[in-house]
Design a protein around this ligand. Structure first.
Ligand code: WTA
Length: 654
């Protein structure tokens, strides 16, 4: 076995061909792959003309003369907000619902494209009056309410860029992001609803701005939580005062395709967060194209729901820009899935007739843990396409998702991409792709991805290696805000021996005999046991496929005999907890992994725990579990959603 391979030992052989009925109605066709193959750049130029309205048409498609700095459609001009709003109204679709918003306490708002356009125009005028224009950065720190989207669109309508900071981040995180991008305006709310309570946001903005000189001149505050707020005269302004009084007319001006659209900081497991910079024309093209084709969107009839917060890239590309550029009708829900009861999401799907549903494996696993009897109480027959994003989906979670949420028939698109890629890069297309549970499978038409060994050569399938994007793509990051050197070093320096620079994504992947891609997790999550590289994801999937397991996290721990050893942290399903002791459960699961994958993957230790440490975006922080597994002092836990979890785990294992 070549030493640069990542062994993929989990054999998943189930296949799900599209139904004839679905294929007959899908908008995507195999011609997309054909056209992209014939002339990749011409394909993207066509898509840019098809999906985007240009104030001034572009004549050049890609400028890659100074890699890794790309320019797409550079001499064209567009207004991104106009593309998401005005053009739908002008096309006669002003009465179509853009957003069905559901507040956590049960209040709701229905906003048409005409209403959303009018509101964004007023907000843009209000912000312009505060001095916002091209070259400025607006920080947005909001609950998931329509004004979060309105603020994003008003910012980019003026040619300024936004930096959305997830509402769950601390005052310190907010401040460091404000400083890094020199934001001049902060848009926030008094508070938002979460788990049955109002959480204050304005207070965190106050704390963030309390010390030292800041670039922030004004804070615009949306009234949502009705909680008490402190007021700094001259700096703080109520959104409703400013926006309601603003001129309702605003003509959208065209800005260059490479005008900065937003900066978004990656959650960063180590080091200072990176401000990922995205620009306008290429980003919008790929976000809209993928949103339409990956989800088989029919804007006239579908009701789409992506459960991501706009504080994450998924919320940028598949709540704000993709869906609105396509004139889709979507659901936006403020709160948590289990408030006031565990059926809240399914109730929302039933209420609005959601037909396309896009969520994350971590959510799916938590619903599996709670049991199928909960979704089964709701009418989910409107669902016709399911999506997954954020981490590899375990085959068992995939099957559950399809059977319980998708009536056993809905195609699941497992979409691989990153904050940096801006839009979906790898995913099957529903109605075209024969699906394999656990595999993201095929590149999007027009995207070139390779799986390379450490030496930079393509691995021979079936085999594992490192995922790289081999050609520039329209929605690619244009840099790290203020740090071009870090941009080059982080993403483009892994394979210096190659003639043309390739983007290194940091993920391991296996390519099977059909050429399909299976993501194996971050390469820092790949371990080496007795000279074999094993993926944490595969072992986790094996564990989760056992009926007693609700959730599992696996790390590689230093081991004298084998280099690294497999250490697993497992949550047992609540109805199974009393069936055996922890020692019995560990023994049973060790045997189970041997059966599923092989003796090479047998965990050295299995710890039964009640929680796993997760970031606010739901990613398991394996680094911390590795500290426990290797008997080290536990590292920085400040990015955990619940910072007490590691204490509970380490106390339990003492
Ligand atoms: C992981 C989220 C496997 C991957 C859009 C990537 C996935 C990182 C998938 C980016 C998937 C995302 N299958 N792994 N379908 N989607 N990932 O920036 O490790 O929050 O590098 O973007 O999530 O996370 P980010």
């Amino acid at each position: 076995m070549p030493s640069n391979s990542i062994d993929s030992l989990l054999h998943e052989t189930r296949r799900f061909a599209p139904t004839a009925e679905f294929s007959a109605q899908t908008g995507a066709s195999a011609d997309l792959y054909k056209a992209a193959k014939e002339d990749r750049l011409e394909f993207w130029a066509d898509k840019a003309r098809e999906y985007v309205h240009w104030h001034k048409p572009f004549t050049e498609t890609l400028d890659w003369s100074t890699p890794p700095f790309a320019k797409w459609f550079a001499d064209g001009e567009l207004n991104v907000a106009y593309n998401c709003l005005d053009r739908h109204v002008l096309a006669g679709n002003g009465d179509r619902v853009a957003i069905h918003w559901e507040g956590e306490p049960g209040d709701n708002r229905r906003i048409t494209y005409a209403e959303l356009t009018a509101e964004v125009k007023r907000a843009a005028n209000a912000m312009a009056a505060l001095g916002v224009g091209q070259g400025d950065v607006v920080a947005i720190y909001m609950p998931l309410i329509p004004e979060a989207i309105i603020a994003m669109l008003a910012t980019v309508r003026l040619g300024a860029a936004h930096s959305v900071v997830f509402g769950g981040y601390s005052a310190e995180s907010l401040r460091s992001r404000i400083d890094d991008a020199s934001a001049t305006l902060v848009v926030t709310a008094d508070g938002g609803w979460r788990k049955g309570k109002v959480f204050p946001l304005k207070a965190a903005v106050d704390a963030a701005l309390a010390t030292g000189e800041s670039t922030v001149k004004n804070v615009l505050v949306v009234k949502r939580g009705d909680n008490d707020v402190q007021w700094t005269e001259g700096r703080d302004l109520w959104w409703h005062d400013q926006v309601e009084a603003a001129d309702p007319e605003h003509e959208a001006q065209g800005f260059p395709a490479e005008n900065p659209l937003f900066v978004l900081y990656t959650s960063g497991t180590t080091g200072k967060p990176k401000g990922i910079l995205h620009t306008s024309g290429g980003y919008l093209t790929q976000a809209a194209f993928t949103h339409k084709n990956v989800f088989d969107l029919k804007p006239e009839t579908d009701v789409y729901w992506c459960t991501a917060d706009v504080g994450w890239i998924t919320g940028h590309s598949y709540v704000t820009y993709g869906p609105l550029a396509n004139g889709a009708t979507q659901v936006l829900y403020e709160g948590t899935p289990d408030t006031p009861n565990q059926g809240r999401w399914w109730e929302i799907i039933q209420k609005y007739g959601v037909s396309i549903f896009y969520t994350a494996p971590t959510a799916i696993r938590s619903f599996m843990k709670a049991g199928r009897q909960i979704p089964e109480q709701y009418d989910l027959r409107s669902i016709r396409v399911l999506g997954s994003v954020g981490e590899p989906i375990n085959p068992e979670a995939w099957i559950w998702y399809r059977n319980v949420i998708g009536a056993g028939t809905a195609p699941i698109v497992d979409t691989w991409w990153q904050t940096e890629t801006g839009a979906i890069m790898v995913s099957g297309l529903p109605g075209l792709t024969t699906l394999k549970p656990g595999a993201a499978q095929v590149t999007i038409p027009g995207i070139k991805i390779d799986i390379l060994g450490e030496d930079g050569t393509r691995v021979d399938p079936p085999n594992g290696g490192l995922l790289v994007v081999s050609e520039p793509w329209p929605a690619m990051l244009r840099g790290i805000w203020g740090d071009p050197e870090r941009f080059k070093e982080t993403y483009w320096s892994k394979f210096p021996q190659l003639d043309s620079p390739k983007y290194f994504a940091g993920d391991g992947a296996h390519v099977d005999e059909d050429g399909d891609i299976w993501l194996l997790g971050r390469v820092d999550d790949v371990m080496n046991v007795s000279g074999h590289r094993l993926s944490t994801t595969e072992i986790e999937s094996a564990l989760v496929s056992n009926h007693i397991v609700a959730e599992a996290a696996v790390v590689g721990a230093a081991d004298e005999a084998t280099g690294q050893a497999v250490v697993a942290f497992v949550i047992i399903k609540s109805n199974q907890e009393s069936a055996q002791t922890a020692a019995e459960a560990s023994a049973l699961l060790r045997q189970h992994v041997v059966k599923e994958i092989g003796a090479i993957a047998r965990p050295r230790d299995i710890f039964i725990v009640s929680e796993l440490p997760k970031t606010r975006s739901g990613k398991i922080m394996r680094r911390l579990l590795q500290d426990v597994a290797e008997g080290r002092e536990i590292g920085d836990t400040t990015t955990l959603a619940d910072t007490t979890v590691m204490q509970i785990i380490s106390d339990k294992l003492k």
